[in-house]
Design a protein around this ligand. Structure first.
Ligand code: ZN
Length: 242
């Protein structure tokens, strides 16, 4: 099976549409959470995502905030403002859609979690040290995570070794071996200083992982962010990719 793996869409419809346009053919879509928050198109993104073939999706911390399940004081000022706006803007149908999303999903050898296997909502896996703690906890061969908005791959081939960071380059195939944690990066708010939307293609038969990047019309999203009265910084950061 060919899986389109996406995460952290953050209500950026233009980036999501660009990813769907750019992606090669796929059988199924696995989405690792944070459909909303920060961006101006929460309803439009959920409507489009829900229409995708065999769409499997997790809840992220920003989705939980939009449902009022996390006190907004846990977020920085901008994220707080955006979450309050998202709460007011989501339709009842889309609130229900978010409510029904699970924290983790298990797909054969794969565990899907927004943050990390041991703390699906909040933990960021940013370095081999934190990856190592999670490998010890993991029951599955592979974990797919989002949350950091960075395309990252960590590997720990055996319990005697420390986890290592595998370099990720756009369009370059990574051969998967058991005990890997893989992050496709963010569709709607990349933070690796590359403004292009990120996603990954997972081949579950060949066991390969390829991260792709695609340009999109950032200016149109920035205009909608400002028109909606969302924090200006959320518009500016899209150009720089942070
Ligand atoms: Zn996020």
């Amino acid at each position: 099976m060919i899986i389109l793996v996406i995460s952290d869409i953050h209500a950026n419809l233009t980036a999501l549409e660009a990813v769907l346009e750019d992606a090669p053919e796929y059988d199924s879509v696995w989405c690792l959470g944070d459909l909303v928050g920060y961006g101006p198109d929460p309803n439009e993104c959920i409507d489009l995502l829900a229409s995708l073939p065999d769409f499997q999706c997790l809840i992220g911390n920003h989705d939980r905030a939009a449902l009022g399940l996390i006190p907004l004081t846990r977020f920085n000022y901008d994220a707080h403002q955006a979450a309050a706006w998202t709460q007011r803007t989501l339709t009842p149908t889309n609130l229900t859609f978010l409510e029904e999303l699970p924290e983790t999903l298990e797909k054969d050898h794969f565990l899907l979690a927004h943050g990390s296997p041991r703390n699906p909502i909040w933990e960021y896996i940013l370095d081999p040290f934190i990856a190592d703690r999670n490998f010890t906890f993991m029951q599955h061969d592979y974990a797919l995570v989002g949350h950091s908005h960075l395309p990252l791959v960590f590997s720990r081939p055996s319990d005697e070794e420390m986890a290592v960071n595998i370099p990720v380059h756009p369009n370059k195939e990574i051969e998967m071996e058991p005990h890997m944690i893989l992050n496709p990066g963010s569709v709607g708010q990349p933070r690796d200083m590359d403004h292009r939307a990120a996603y990954a293609i997972l081949d579950t038969d060949a066991l390969t992982w390829i991260v792709h990047r695609t340009d999109y019309d950032i200016a149109s999203v920035q205009l909608r962010i400002l028109e909606a009265g969302l924090p200006e910084r959320q518009a500016l950061r899209l150009n720089a990719g942070w």
